[in-house]
Design a protein around this ligand. Structure first.
Ligand code: AMP
Length: 395
């Protein structure tokens, strides 16, 4: 059967994450990750039929990774059945409130957003270019992390800064993780057995990067990330909110440059900075249980800031019908979920300790005994990108 499979690509500066899946059934035929592209130790890991293989890449960049992928598709006999390629693109600015079929005009618009995402959009563009060369005969679609949040009202997206910064330089809140927030909100509505259009939900995507979103009737009305994915919650190595006066103060006190401070806020802060031990929540929970004071503090600050932010999102919604936990931490850490819900008792959550402890990755479900429902929902960004790609092409 031709046209069954959508290839989903997430191209970073030195990595490509990919999955070949059927948008209708969710079946994954092949998935994998090419890493350290451009370096001598470059490799690609492929997963299929429950098995995993790793190939060295001789230091080649995207093109070589795509050669391995093409050979694998050929070996699987599905190369001619790839009907479309969906690309995750980080920043779509104010131009994109929906996914878009990639044309030269769309590429120009993604290029115009480079100043807003200087690390991510250039990598996304290089990946798209290499993928179009590798898969020239099929349509390519860009699915933007920011698009879902374009429905936010101005009270949520404007910063209280000079207006010209917004009009001339695009300084506003954009939000990220849109694909995941949209996907888990729809899944939660199905689990609750209620139409998404009637629900006011808060979705908490908690992974190495974390953000919270207020979803009203399936539309984003506020989110914790802003101009960049640095704003908001405490993350693995990202600080989340800090005083905007920090840069100037620290530059004067320490002699660090603005870019050094920004790099440290992105890579040496968050859970890693607080604990001075690790950015990985699993490791920190184990260390905290063993009495490590820094790990305990990191976990506590993470939960405190998360609960405060969720409560803020309840204000954005006016009424709260449910809270959803997703992402590596949200789906796997019963401790973080329970601690967050205890802090949020003021909003009417009653944790079901047994259901919460039993909800592990791969199992979505309710974790409250009464009051406002809280749920664990497994996110699936690849499937969501494949479906959005198919929808764009069907239009
Ligand atoms: P992600 O970016 O969505 O893959 O999430 C990565 C984060 O999830 C890391 O901080 C992991 O430590 C965390 N994580 C994964 N499994 C667990 C677990 N069983 N308990 C606590 N944290 C976990």
């Amino acid at each position: 059967m031709s046209g069954m499979w959508t290839l989903v690509l997430n191209c970073g500066s030195s990595s490509v994450k990919f999955a070949l899946l059927n948008p209708a059934s969710g079946e994954v035929r092949l998935s994998g990750l090419a890493e350290r592209l451009g370096a001598p130790e470059a490799s690609v890991r492929l997963e299929r039929d429950g098995g995993r293989t790793t190939h060295a890449l001789r230091g080649g960049a995207y093109a070589e990774a795509f050669d391995v992928l093409l050979a694998e598709l050929e070996a699987l006999g599905v190369r001619s059945e790839v009907s479309a390629v969906g690309h995750r693109v980080v920043h779509g600015g104010e131009r994109f409130s929906a996914p878009a079929r990639i044309t030269s005009d769309v590429l120009d618009a993604i290029r115009a957003c480079v100043p807003l995402a200087p690390l991510h959009n250039p990598a996304n563009l290089s990946g798209i270019e290499a993928a179009r060369a590798a898969f020239p005969g099929v349509p390519h679609v860009a699915v933007f992390d920011t698009a879902f949040h374009q429905t936010m009202p101005d009270v949520a997206y404007r910063y209280a800064v000079p207006e010209a910064w917004y009009t001339r330089h695009g300084v506003r809140r954009y939000g990220f993780h849109g694909t995941s927030h949209a996907f888990v909100a729809a899944e939660a509505a199905a689990l609750l057995g209620r139409p998404l259009a009637e629900l006011n939900l808060v979705t908490a995507h908690l992974g190495n990067g974390s953000s919270v979103c207020a979803v009203q009737g399936g539309r984003s009305v506020d989110t914790s990330m802003g101009l960049t994915p640095l704003e908001g919650l405490v993350m693995g190595t990202r600080s989340g909110d800090v005083d905007p006066g920090l840069h100037d103060y620290l530059a004067r006190q320490s002699g660090l440059t603005l870019s050094e401070i920004t790099a440290a806020l992105n890579r040496e802060s968050g859970l890693l900075g607080l604990s001075n031990l690790a950015s990985d929540m699993r490791e920190l929970e184990a260390a905290a249980a063993g009495g490590h004071a820094g790990a305990r503090l990191a976990v506590d600050v993470f939960v405190y800031r998360l609960a405060k932010t969720v409560a803020g999102m309840a204000v954005a919604l006016g009424r709260l019908d449910g809270l959803i936990f997703t992402g590596g931490i949200g789906e796997n850490s019963a401790t973080i979920r329970a601690a967050t819900l205890r802090r949020l008792a003021v909003l009417g959550f009653e944790v079901d300790e047994e259901a919460n402890a039993g909800a592990v990755r791969g199992q979505s479900g309710l974790i409250t005994a009464g009051g406002v429902p809280a749920l664990v929902v497994n996110t699936n960004e690849e499937l969501s990108i494949a479906r959005q790609t198919e929808e764009v092409l069907a239009q």
